[in-house]
Every structure is written in structure tokens, then in C-alpha cells.
Design a protein around this ligand. Sequence first.
Ligand SMILES: Cc1cc2nc3c(=O)[nH]c(=O)nc-3n(C[C@H](O)[C@H](O)[C@H](O)COP(=O)(O)O)c2cc1C
Length: 244
Amino acid sequence: MNETLKAIHSLKSTHGNFSSREISEDDLKLILEASVQAATASSCQNYSIIVIDDKAVMKEYLDYAGSKALVFCVDFTRLADLAKFLDHEYYCGGLPDFITSATDTALAAQTAAVAANSLGIDSLFTNSVHRKDLDKLYQKLKLPSKLCFPLISLILGYSTDKSQPKKGRLKGPGVIHYGEYHRLDTDELEKMTNQYDDPEMKMGFTPNESYKRYLDWFFCFWCSQFKDYTEEITAMLKKTDILK
Ligand SMILES: Cc1cc2nc3c(=O)[nH]c(=O)nc-3n(C[C@H](O)[C@H](O)[C@H](O)COP(=O)(O)O)c2cc1C
């Protein structure tokens, strides 16, 4: 495996156990410079990255605290301001723009995680902001109330426990489709179910009296504990004028 592939395969999450060690300003700069190198549609980079230092703010608004947190927002504000500045009519937002810009934003976030990993810095992606009071977050971070939406956060720091295993990833039929889409048949669904329970997958799940299989636990317990926040997210996207 070459160095790039090794780095990609070694990426793993630190689920909140960040030490008090700070990442250096130089490393943060390298991560941010790498992040914005991600592919972007029409050279727009319709995102903003909010760098958070304050651990109390991270904990309260993002649920996790590391050395730094990067909040990646889909953001059309800059583009709208540029259009106005140049006296151009330009409509920003709408579902197609959101899909494209959310893709740009996620690519920038993943590039930041890869860059951090290359510097020996651990990370965690979290969409915890969507489980919180979004209005409060907008106020705290002074996010523009229009055309800006926090998509994903990346917590950066140093893990206290490097021995935590990386979770496995599904592979094979049903994930990668060659030439045309292939819907899993019953045998393949059984194999897929078993993939989750393969100890090599390191899903952190041990069969117990209540749940024999990972997916039983996933569908019956894990999913049921989260409140459905579809309405809040949709309302916020409409409030920002990103969705009409
Ligand atoms: C969109 C997104 C949201 C996530 N949110 C959380 C989260 O809130 N808490 C958490 O512990 N991990 C979160 N994760 C990290 C995943 O749990 C992690 O990637 C997965 O367990 C695989 O582990 P690995 O990255 O170590 O291989 C999130 C990942 C993504 C892509």
C-alpha cells in the first residue's frame, strides 16, 4: 500500500476522548489550507469554516470538546455579497445549490480530517449541531441568519486512547455496483447482515439477551432513541432562504 492509501485506511474517529494537549497554530493553519484545496463547483467554495477554540462552547453547542473545532457551514453569503457589490442579480440557494454546496462543504471537511491525520492529529466528525437548539448556535457564532447553514463539525485534538479500533466498512455487492445498480437478493442480504456481526468489523457490539445481531440492536434500540428532527432542520433551511 502506498503512503496515501495507508493514510486513508488509517483514518479513524476519536469519540470524545481528546486529551488536554493543544494542536499548534501552525498545524491548524496547514489543516485549513489543505481543507480549502478540496474540489469545488464553479470555484464558488460555498462554505464557511468557523474555528472554535473555546472548549465550553464546543461542549455546549457540539457535545464534544477537543483542542479546536471546525464548524463547516454551507454558506452563500459571500457569493450573494459579491453579486450585490458588483451590481449583479444573482439568486443563491434552492435545493440544487444546496446539494452542490453541501457536497463542496463535506469534501472540504473530509480533506481537513485527512490533513489532520497526516499531522498525527485525531478527529471526530459530528452532526451534533442538528440535535441542538440551532437558533442559539446562530446567535453564539454570529452566523448570518440567511443563506448559511451549519452542516458538519470536525473536532480536532489528540486522543487519550490510540488503541481504540477503527470500525470496519461494508464492502462488496450492495455497496459497489459495477455498470448498473444491483439490488441485494435474500442470500446477499443475509451475507450483509453477517458482515455487521463479523468480529473483524469491530462494531463495538456484543450479542446479548435482548439483541443477537448488530442490526437488531441498530433498528430496535439505537435508532429509536433519537428524536426525529426532520421538522426543525427543514424549518431552519427554509428560514435561511436556502430552501423555499
Ligand atoms: C455525518 C457524521 C456524523 C457523525 N456524528 C458523530 C457523533 O455525533 N458522535 C460520534 O461519536 N461519532 C460521530 N461520527 C463518527 C462515526 O461514528 C464514525 O465515523 C464511525 O463510527 C466509524 O468509525 P471510524 O471513523 O473510527 O472508522 C459521525 C460521522 C459522520 C460522517
